[in-house]
Design a protein around this ligand. Sequence first.
Ligand SMILES: [Zn+2]
Length: 409
Amino acid sequence: MEHTESAIVEAFDRRVAACLAAPFQILPASSRRLVDPFSGRVVLLNAERARRPTPGSGADPYRSGRTPPTLSYVRTGTLDVVVETEALSLEFGREAGERGETPWEVIDALGGMTRSMSPGAGTRSAQPTGAAAAVPAVFPSEPWLARTFFNLAPIVADRELGANGFVVAVAPEHEHADIGVLLPSPDTVGGPVPLPPDVVEAVVRSWSLLEQWAGSRGLVSVPFVNGGKGRASGQSLQAFHAQFYALGADIGLPGYAYSCATGGSGRCPVCDVIAEAALEIARVGSVGVYAHPAPEKELTLVVAATEHVSNISAVPARDFARALTVAVRSFEVSLGGVPPYNIAVRCGASAGHLHAEIIPRSGVPVAAGFEKSSGLYVTTRDPFDVAAALRSWAPSVIDAAPWPPALGD
Ligand SMILES: [Zn+2]
């Protein structure tokens, strides 16, 4: 098992290296660290981010294949994680780079290239039977649920280290969905459809491979989701997707520092949350869902491994995926629908104890003048009351089949 895992990490590393040889990313010329003289907060300067694509509501770059090539994907049915081996898009990108083409031109051209999808593979039959169907060159050649590729315009990147941003996109037939039933919004394209549980699990499995690869490189893993299809979460494309950054340890992550430091002194803040029974909302196998004990945004939930383990790969992907889903779908109960939200995952040795914060970005009070002046944050809901209200709801969601059901079924 261990041998198999290291083999897939090595294969992924080779794929990453091959992909880095072509201009598939708009890399920041410099990622300067600015320090807020009033709070000490670090701000990263990345001027290139301002030039990243801002497609209109009708644009579907993921669906059309206007993305960097696939690095790995999760097979439909078995949920196996597979490292991509196709060479067409890599060769094209490398040659285009030698001709001096920009990442924009390379990605645009990739969108017009196709490859054949092997007929009869897997269980989905979107393609005509009997004949190989053409799919974008950057898509896998067999049915897949999630695929990983380089972030076109990463926030931070270090070509030397191989530290980069990654996108985990879901298969085109699921792009319109989200983890829960969304609040109605004029911005939202598509219906309020929850993602099938396998798709969320495929995202977690994709993170797990990235985390193992980052660990093999001595990089710190930063997985997250900007969800809910709204600008308030930072989701710039309607297509559901997750992200992942693999960062050099020297960058210093304030979001990781507190839990790790206190963990080192013998008192783990995540274990403290788990030990407080009145904060618990639900358990899904080896992963729990808890009300955040002191949320900056009220109704924020915490998802954490019930044992003191650091890595995503240390818990079953199914448990983590379902617990994240319970947390996101809790907004259907507390807010009447899932608003724009963020899932901020902290994992790996530098995080101490695997946990995620699930943070609503609208429908709850905003931090305003008082908070910005004083540095104190205000919540109007007692976290213990939040947990009590959701505790009676969550088990019915977890146990019901097919899962997750629409609320009220
Ligand atoms: Zn702990």
